[in-house]
Design a protein around this ligand. Structure first.
Ligand code: NAD
Length: 367
């Protein structure tokens, strides 16, 4: 049997890291039938949009996609393709596990936290009104009418958080915790200030938490969580957050485990899932075979688990961990300086992972 999977190489460093991930995934022995879909800044001239309809149709059809990063062009009027894919396909859960790998340059050891970010609501829904437009003027009049103060020269972004959206993301976090032997879910917001949106998030989260008496539930404010994650990361297990805080805390957690080159992710909905690194397209490294493929390789590991291939996922994870620990065939960002001559390229690191998978298989053949 082979899996039909949509492959969106993206732009910038996307194609090179995706190629590395595809080679490693194929080396597991699982058969994939990749349906390659073009998206990103490089195809805007060809299709008139960075996100052709065919990309969405392909993910809808195949239900699973591996995606490289895509640049958000500034000043062209196009919003983020990445946000659009999540919204259109209703990929409401963004899963970002952050785990320490010995051999990675980081001030921290033994970090093991999982960020579950709501992906469709909050300020990120993109409900924005530009200063001086009829919509902004109307909204400002309305707000003034309610007795609130607002300046006439304001741009406006709307933050909305629903019961429906909160219920399903918190349930996702608890289900993930239960399935993966986790002990605690921490809901993170700024509910002391934002009472009707973040406050609602807490109200709903408390109700959902009651249905999971085997998992501890706690609440922390986002500012205190930033400090807590830096000072006592061992106090955190699974975090569940509205969209904006989730985005920021994801990068903070990526920093704890050694940077964006290490941080994988998945965007999961009821009907489809898209696996992609936390990092962006890093355009200055494009085509140099230089950047770290780990984040996209680990996103591939998440995809294998999603498809039910735990054994193969463990194999890739073990091989990658060994390559990082040994430190002989790793990219520049594992080294003390950017121009360390012993660093290898993206594809050479993938080769090393594939060789390690072979030797692990020979050492402990599986039936
Ligand atoms: P970025 O993640 O692309 O890069 C920031 C820096 O992080 C790089 O300069 C590099 O030093 C480091 N880095 C990133 N990935 C790395 C890797 N695999 N190995 C080693 N080092 C790595 O962030 P940015 O520069 O803010 O964004 C560039 C573009 O990517 C923007 O247009 C942004 O909108 C887009 N973006 C896309 C996604 C996505 O596709 N999901 C996510 C974030 C940003």
């Amino acid at each position: 049997m082979s899996y039909k999977v949509t492959l969106i190489p993206g732009d910038g460093i996307g194609p090179e890291v995706c190629k590395a991930s595809v080679r490693v995934l194929e080396a597991t022995g699982i058969k994939f039938d990749w349906e390659v879909q073009e998206a990103g800044v490089d195809v805007m001239d060809k299709y008139g949009t960075p996100l052709p309809d065919a990309v969405i149709e392909s993910v809808r059809r195949n239900k699973v996609a591996l995606k490289g990063p895509i640049t958000t062009p500034i000043g062209t009027g196009f919003r983020s393709v990445n946000v659009a894919i999540r919204k259109v396909l209703d990929l409401y859960a963004c899963l970002r596990p952050c785990k320490s790998y010995p051999g990675v340059r980081s001030r921290y050891k033994d970090i093991d936290v999982v960020v579950v970010r709501e992906n469709t609501e909050d300020l990120y829904a993109g409900i924005e009104y530009q200063k001086d437009t009829p919509e902004a003027i109307k909204l400002i009049q309305f707000i003034k009418g309610t007795g609130q103060k607002i300046r006439d020269d304001s741009g406006i972004s709307i933050k909305s958080i629903s019961v429906f959206g909160t219920e399903r993301i918190v349930r996702f976090a608890f289900d993930y915790a239960r399935k993966n032997g986790r002990k605690k879910v921490t809901a993170v917001t700024k509910a002391n200030i934002l009472k009707y949106t973040d406050g609602l998030f807490y109200d709903v989260a408390r109700q959902v938490a009651k249905k999971y008496p085997d998992i501890q539930y706690e609440e922390r404010l986002v500012d205190a969580s930033c400090m807590g994650l830096v000072m006592r990361p061992e106090e955190f297990d699974v975090l569940v957050l509205p969209n904006l805080y989730g985005d920021i805390i994801s990068d903070l957690c990526a920093g704890l485990v050694g940077g964006l080159g290490i941080a994988p992710g998945a965007n999961i909905g009821d009907d489809a899932a898209v696996f992609e690194a936390v990092h962006g397209s890093a355009p200055k490294y494009k085509g140099q075979n230089k950047v770290n493929p780990t984040a996209v390789l680990l996103s591939g590991v998440l995809m294998l688990r999603h498809l039910g291939h735990e054994r193969e996922a463990d194999l890739v994870n073990k091989a990658l961990a060994a390559v990082i620990r040994e430190g002989r065939s790793v990219t520049y960002d594992f080294k003390p300086t950017r121009d360390d001559p012993s660093a290898v390229g993206t594809s050479q690191m993938a080769d090393a992972v594939i060789r390690k998978m072979d030797s692990l298989r020979k050492a402990a053949p599986v039936g």
